[in-house]
Design a protein around this ligand. Sequence first.
Ligand SMILES: Cc1cc2nc3c(=O)[nH]c(=O)nc-3n(C[C@H](O)[C@H](O)[C@H](O)COP(=O)(O)OP(=O)(O)OC[C@H]3O[C@@H](n4cnc5c(N)ncnc54)[C@H](O)[C@@H]3O)c2cc1C
Length: 460
Amino acid sequence: MSAFDVDLFVIGGGSGGVRAARIAAGYGARVMLAEEYRMGGTCVIRGCVPKKLLVYASRFSGEFEEAAGFGWNVPTPSFDWATLIRNKDAEIARLEGVYRKSLVAAGVEIVDSRAVIEDAHTVRIVETGSRVRARIILVAVGAHPTLEPRIPGGELGITSNEVFHLERLPERILVVGGGYIAVEFAGVFAGLGSRVTLLHRGDKLLRGFDEDIRDALGEAYGRRGIDLRLRRTVERLDRHGGAIRATLSDGSVLEVDEVLVATGRRPNTAGLGLEAAGIEVDRAGAIPVDGYSQTITPSIYAVGDVTNRANLTPVAIREGHAFADTVFGNKPAMVDHSLIPTAVFSTPEIGVIGLSEAAARLRGPVTIYKTSFRPMKATLSGHDDRVLMKLVVDGETDKVLGVHILGEGAGEIIQAVGIAVTMGATKADFDRTIAVHPTAAEELVTMRTPFVVKHPQAVG
Ligand SMILES: Cc1cc2nc3c(=O)[nH]c(=O)nc-3n(C[C@H](O)[C@H](O)[C@H](O)COP(=O)(O)OP(=O)(O)OC[C@H]3O[C@@H](n4cnc5c(N)ncnc54)[C@H](O)[C@@H]3O)c2cc1C
């Protein structure tokens, strides 16, 4: 008889854990998975999926406005937050069920409880106090949003966890943060009709993204009526009747109905028992792992946001899959984190793969192609949005190092372009690709004249 109760114990039923459990079970491993909240994890329950549903909802207002130029007479639309949230919740519950079923179908035993580590091979089920001996433990516990920096009255703010359950649409909302989550929710609330102030301590939104994209998004948000306040922080929050008063570092005071703090996330490693298994977390609270997601303790692996490598669902899934292939499928697999296509579901949307111009310039000579234009739809709608497309090309090898898009459908476009870039496409490959007309994406294969740089970008 085996000395272990299971071959694999997965802690966390999110993107990475669920994939790893299913694939490992498919290889014949006896797998148990513990989830302390709701199956599906952050992405399904309070991340990507509900967020995208809210993004869809928020874009109708623009569509209604644009319709007039195409001959439609749209009666003044009205919006009901409660309906949106109810429908969103029903869809999330459905998806949660799908995740559960897929695990059960794969033969994974589900434990609805928090689980903590007791030693290199032992997990304690908190609900029952029982212990499970596992040959391998996979930590896939994700991360949580923080209300930071701590300020007086900070507890009046909400995080992305609570924003999905607000009882009513705030008339006025202050969104604090400059990363993609802050940017996306600012866009959502603006589209739904709230008065939005977006406050960020940096001088541009979306640090790490290409400077042209950062500039274009700032301008687009300004045009959408989002009150962008940069180089400022919130010093304190006070309750004022039914509202919240935010005192900013420039001395100004804002009165709003909600304050959404989207300034950072922290891995869920506190109280997990990692020390008992000889694992130390880094300064961000993340678990250090090698290329195979193995920790310093050979029987314990970690994937997804808890490792703070690239905190995105498809990356967590890929890491979970690679772990299962390596450990249970006899197919050692590492995840390449160097080229990750990604989207920001702002409105207008952003799609990116590869290096920003600034990052590419640090490596050697580059040629830049870029174009900014009014999308065709705007000619009749009168909308003032612009599309930005930019290619960063290696000046020596002609390889496309980065593609940056801001405009409608950017997320969909970048997924397809990402294949070419991942394959190592050159600018010449882009050039010999026949355009699809009339589309916005055709610009990606029709840009011929390099952009002459007067002031090379600084690293953002
Ligand atoms: C608002 C928001 C929007 C996002 N949008 C996108 C997007 O558009 N695209 C994208 O790719 N990514 C997006 N993300 C990121 C994405 O959600 C995460 O990268 C992904 O969910 C990480 O997967 P994971 O498996 O590492 O962790 P998670 O999905 O967070 O799963 C971890 C699970 O572990 C459980 N858990 C924690 N501790 C324990 C314990 N001790 N015992 C038992 N269970 C435990 C948690 O309850 C959770 O269910 C978004 C995130 C947020 C917050």
